[in-house]
Design a protein. Structure first.
Length: 79
């Protein structure tokens, strides 16, 4: 199960249900994908197929919405 946290334009922000315990969010688009750590601070963990400009845009979205991502994480995985 991969619950969607939110969507922005063509980007889907989501979790994988059975993955590591450190908070993070995955992003999928028609062009590629990325993974961002949420803790201890927002940082790109990995990416494939996305331009530097897209990655910067995505990081800004994750930074702005990190509280929402944390709330979804806690509801999905338990705090």
């Amino acid at each position: 199960m991969s619950p969607t946290v939110f969507r922005v334009r063509q980007f889907r922000f989501f979790f994988f249900s059975r993955e590591e315990a450190r908070r993070h969010v995955h992003v999928l688009s028609p062009d590629g994908e990325a993974k961002f750590w949420i803790e201890p601070s927002v940082a790109l963990a990995a990416s494939h197929g996305l331009s530097p400009r897209e990655l910067k845009t995505l990081q800004n979205i994750v930074e702005r919405r990190q509280d929402e991502i944390r709330d979804h994480w806690d509801r999905h995985f338990g705090s």
